[in-house]
Design a protein around this ligand. Structure first.
Ligand SMILES: Nc1ncnc2c1ncn2[C@@H]1O[C@H](COP(=O)(O)OP(=O)(O)OP(=O)(O)O)[C@@H](O)[C@H]1O
Ligand SMILES: O=P(O)(O)OC[C@H]1O[C@H](OP(=O)(O)OP(=O)(O)O)[C@H](O)[C@@H]1O
Length: 214
């Protein structure tokens, strides 16, 4: 039986839609009254694990799920051994450096050496500033990162921006982008190698049967 790790939160609805188009109906997982974390598909041929977005690569890397859906940002941050099979197109956002609107900084390289940068994505942030050859003091936060410059805990943040509304409503501006992110279909590499065709057929159906293109 194929097990799929689906992310709670922003990517769940579109993930369920894409699997449904490919023949696996996990819609029961989106029922607000549902508290079951492991659910069979309507046909009974597969099952879904409902996990935190950040835990999808963990279940897939360990092989407890053969497939998963997760944001590219999380894959960049975690660097786990999972195979990226498809760009699913939804969940578009960018990873950006942001500062207070009224700060003098307009490029990441303008930030003073050893300034504090808050982020949930500390590996991405660290690699980015290393490439700029700018030493920074990273502060790891797990959410509401925009509060960093507002409270003064940090001069800048590295965080996801989609509509830009959260930045605007908190008096911040993005000054540089690290990368663009969308949801990805990932797989356990060994499961793909040992596949008898069933997994590949599902991946092909997800790739070709996109309701947004029909
Ligand atoms: N505002 C947004 N608009 C569109 N996509 C977003 C937005 N914020 C995040 N995403 C994408 O959706 C993914 C899931 O975000 P979501 O907020 O549901 O999870 P999370 O709470 O950040 O994750 P975790 O459960 O690991 O803490 C992100 O990794 C990113 O790829
Ligand atoms: O540009 P916008 O459309 O306003 O979206 C960006 C916000 O969305 C994400 O936060 P999320 O809602 O996941 O909450 P979090 O701060 O707890 O991560 C991200 O971390 C930003 O805060």
């Amino acid at each position: 039986m194929i097990t799929v790790a689906l992310p709670k939160g922003a990517l769940l609805k579109d993930s369920v839609t894409r699997f449904a188009a490919a023949g696996l109906d996990f819609s029961a997982i989106t029922n607000p009254n549902n508290r079951q974390l492991m659910l069979p598909s309507a046909c009974g041929k597969a099952r879904a694990l409902l996990v935190r977005n950040g835990d999808v690569p963990v279940y897939v890397a360990y092989g407890q799920a053969q497939l998963g859906v997760v944001g590219y940002d999380v894959l960049q941050e975690q660097q786990r051994s999972v195979a990226q099979l498809l760009d699913l197109g939804f969940g578009g956002c960018r990873m950006a450096v942001a500062v207070k609107e009224n700060s003098p900084y307009r490029r990441a390289a303008d930030l003073p050496a050893h300034c504090r940068v808050a982020s949930k994505f500390t590996r991405c942030a660290s690699e980015y500033f290393q490439k700029l050859d700018l030493p920074i003091d990273l502060i790891h936060l797990t959410g509401s990162v925009e509060l960093g410059p507002l409270t003064g805990i940090s001069e800048a943040i590295v965080d996801l921006v989609a509509t830009g509304r959260t930045l605007k409503d908190n008096g911040l501006i993005a000054i540089e982008d690290l990368f663009f992110s969308t949801a990805r279909l990932v797989a356990h590499p060994l499961s793909m190698r040992l596949d008898n065709g069933e997994l590949q057929d599902l991946v092909d159906a997800i790739a070709t049967k996109n309701p947004d293109n029909q």
